[in-house]
Write a protein that binds this ligand. Sequence first.
Ligand code: 5AD
Ligand code: SF4
Length: 473
Amino acid sequence: MLEQVTKVHDESRQGEAFAPESAADQTYQKKFYIESYGCQMNFNDSEIVASILNQEGFGATRNFEEADLVLLNTCSIRDKAEQTVRKRLQEFRKIKQSNPGLLVGVLGCMAERLKAKLLEEEKLVDMVVGPDAYRTLPALIEEAETGQKAVNVLLSREETYADINPVRLDSNGVTAFVSIMRGCNNMCTFCVVPFTRGRERSRDPYSIIQEATDMFNRNYREVTLLGQNVDSYYWVGVSPENGQEETITFASLLEKVALISPLLRVRFSTSHPKDITDDVLHTMAKYENICNYIHLPVQSGSTRVLQLMNRTYTREWYMKKVERIRELLPDCGLSTDIITGFCTETEEDHQDTLSMMEFARYDLAYMFFYSERPGTLAARRYQDDVPEEVKKRRLSEVVELHRRQALESMQKDLGKTFKVLIEGTSKRSEQDLFGRNDQNKVIVFPREHYEKGQYVQVKVTDCTAATLIGKVV
Ligand code: 5AD
Ligand code: SF4
């Protein structure tokens, strides 16, 4: 179970090939195969890409051997993520040798970071397409089909793909992600995202509501609103409802989505501690269908390190935020991201991170050791001076503490009854179903006559550090 708690964002899905269940669709003349790496945003982008390619006569396949086009939607957040993609490209090199007509494209953050350099480094790559250039994929494919290398890594200040209806590629038919903004303006010094995904921009709220409503009408029962920093969502425009100019903040957007139906659960990720407002917390408290779960990355517990990271809050400020969340939403689930061994981090700073964890009692944490990314502010300004074995030792201490805390958090739920949205069959047993409670904890329980998409009340009888186990009451 330990792996599960310590996994990076959805690592279980890293590199997963995906296509809709009905992938054997004969209406398409050509086939594309796509693998996605990294954050949820990337997985959602692949669904936008699928929609664009469908329009061009490309159907998705889960089998790369029958594909005319292979796409890797890549991540640059840590060096390891890029190495994984490089290895995968090596494998496709072999496949291309036996199928010279195959086109290989690199999408996403690695494409943006390395640009045309990627074509020199990885000879088999035909196309390099950055996250804001997916609309030009049809033209790029045409260019690549003539034997030329095709590159578009232009970043945009406006592109939100608002009008593109994502094709749900690997969906359980119950839960879906909806992008509400793109890019990031925060400039955390360790982070490559502002360089690979560009400036922050918010998507038209009415296209978001339409997409979420459409999902609900197709029997989806949960949407997660996605953005690098959802709390800075901000849109000014003319309301189609009354023709007046209006300003939509994240709190008002959240409310609008919650009002679609009380049967539609709403989640969101990621929140920046500096931007999450009381308004958002009050809105969460007001609507039962907005789930009480906040992903609030702390990164470090030391004010000195936080300053070097340009997180713009102090240790005390973060703690006050946690207290405020607990005050307004007493049963709120809380998760975090932590980096160990950032530039100049001392043992004392590290102890501050451990004591922050003791204070916040996170239900879930994604933990990493610092990986310097070329071009970031930290790479330019500071020395990556904490030895790798120290970074890793500190990481293992953080992981160990989290493992204990995660188990305690689960044990506190023994005997409680939760409303659970059923997402599907348990990975371990056909006889069991699984779903999540409000706080985002996974609960496994006997199937009986229940089905996915239903809400049930489940009483918790047992647990591991990653999963609650119970029975419908
Ligand atoms: N090294 C290690 N972890 C990083 N993250 C972002 N950049 C780096 C880096 N250079 C982590 C942060 C962020 C999460 C998505 O990835 O914790 O919140
Ligand atoms: Fe990176 Fe910071 Fe933006 Fe998150 S908020 S994407 S860590 S720059």
